[in-house]
Design a protein. Sequence first.
Length: 117
Amino acid sequence: MNAKIGSVTLQEKSVITGSNHIIAAYPVADGLKGLTAGTAVKVDNGKVRHLATDADDAVGILYNTVTGDDDGKSKEAVAQVVVFGAVKKESVTYTESATACTETLVEKLRKNGIYAL
């Protein structure tokens, strides 16, 4: 007698797609909220922060969420940033309030080697 009792598939949600990526570590500006996986970031004074608009020059996409202090704000944090490769467009946001990805942002990212598909 052969019986299949059940199966479980575990899958981590990821912002990246495909297999060729470059991920770099960057220090994070203090006092920021809403730095979740998929947030488009720029470098300002050597530290990453949210984009203010979709026309800002994004250096990459956060690979994972930046953990904050008790108030949920970043403090002396380091972020893993996808600086080259393909990411899932539906996972990409910008600004602290997680504004959805726009075609303007897709073009800005593409010029820097990040492909929102």
